[in-house]
Design a protein around this ligand. Structure first.
Ligand SMILES: C[S@@+](CC[C@H](N)C(=O)[O-])C[C@H]1O[C@@H](n2cnc3c(N)ncnc32)[C@H](O)[C@@H]1O
Length: 333
């Protein structure tokens, strides 16, 4: 195991007992192969399709997940692309069964790459969702500033979140996720409201582009840093969600007390985002290495010791004085 991962792992307690039911800080936590109703936090260690069988019809308000991309990550076995899509279609069919009629689902995807050719997964997922009768509400672009540097194409710096609702009557709360206007002092210059402030005092719609900019809440666009090694939330998971990314979806697309589910939960970032905002949460992953970390992170959150990037914290922008932003001497003319 590389040194960095090893030290990240050390930050967590080692193996966690499985299965177990425990009560911690007034919350009932179940860590097992199946889901149980009336439990605040259900963490599953199982194949996702097997686990979903135990969740009743029309019980979930919001599903947020990032499925495997079938690109040969350590936690997945690469299969034929068609076979992968058919498996995902089966998972989504089950997701539809367990969603409430006014429920939402967000599928965060990047690219599948085969022999150097790029297959943008959202393009392939769209017809699957449509076939199942879902309605697209937004195709959100999550832009991040760091990542691998490609050699034979432009470096990838964004991923897509497909937000679908189960029906035309769906939960959408804009107020909790409004961002401040750039010019709050603007006034209407004509009409009935002439002379009155023209914006909404609660802020404006944050748009469908969540992009790098100096200070995310202060600006029109949302920028949620990718979880990389310097991020306070980093664990051994190779492609972990920033909790902040999910917080925004949870605030806008569900209500307090609702049930939130992540069918490919990794180290439980969706669960943490849900707990922070008073939701009940369910997540499953097939790797004990990850689910153990999810259990520990949940406990750390409940006892108040989880390291987390604050929602809306401005993205660090170098001031120009740091060595790392200066041109090396050898490159100067
Ligand atoms: C892209 S990662 C999700 C990471 C997660 N969003 C987080 O923040 O940690 C996909 C996850 O799906 C899990 N996975 C892959 N196939 C699975 C299956 N058949 N059943 C359950 N989990 C699976 C992998 O172990 C991996 O953790």
């Amino acid at each position: 195991m590389p040194k960095k991962e090893n030290s990240a792992l050390k930050a967590f307690e080692s193996r966690v007992e499985f299965p177990q039911d425990l009560k911690f800080k007034d919350k009932a936590i179940r860590y097992s192969k199946t889901y149980k109703e009336r439990i605040d936090i259900n963490i599953g260690l199982n194949d996702t399709l097997d686990y979903i069988q135990s969740i009743p019809d029309a019980s979930i308000s919001l599903i947020v997940s990032s499925p495997p991309y079938n690109i040969g990550k350590p936690y997945e076995e690469r299969i034929e692309f068609e076979q992968y899509l058919s498996w995902q279609s089966h998972v989504l069919q089950e997701c539809k069964r367990i969603l409430k009629p006014d429920g939402n689902i967000c599928w965060e995807v990047g690219n599948h790459v085969k022999e150097g050719e790029v297959y943008p997964l959202d393009v392939f997922f769209y017809p699957i969702f449509k076939e199942l009768g879902f309605n697209l509400r937004n195709r959100l672009i999550w832009h991040f500033g760091h990542g691998l540097h490609a050699q034979k194409r432009f470096s990838g710096r964004y991923e897509i979140i497909l937000w679908f609702s189960k029906s035309s009557d769906y939960i959408f709360n804009l107020d909790p996720v409004r961002v401040p206007q750039k010019y709050p002092g603007k006034r209407a210059y004509k009409g009935r409201n002439k002379g009155k402030p023209s914006g909404n005092p609660l802020g404006k719609n944050p748009s469908d582009l969540w992009e790098i900019i100096e200070a995310d809440w202060e600006n029109q666009l949302w920028n949620i840093p990718n979880v990389k090694s310097n991020h306070p939330e980093k664990t051994i998971h190779p492609c972990q969600f920033p909790i902040e990314l999910v917080e925004r979806l949870i605030l806008a697309l569900s209500n307090p007390g609702d049930l939130i589910f992540d069918p490919f939960m990794g180290v439980g970032s969706t669960l943490l985002a849900g707990l922070i905002h008073g939701r009940k949460v369910i997540g499953v992953d097939k790797e004990k290495e990850f689910t153990d970390i999810a259990v520990v992170r949940v406990r750390k959150y409940l006892e108040g010791s989880l390291k987390k990037r604050r929602l809306g914290k401005p993205v660090h922008k170098p001031r120009g004085t740091e060595k790392v932003v200066q041109k090396p001497l050898e490159w100067r003319e």
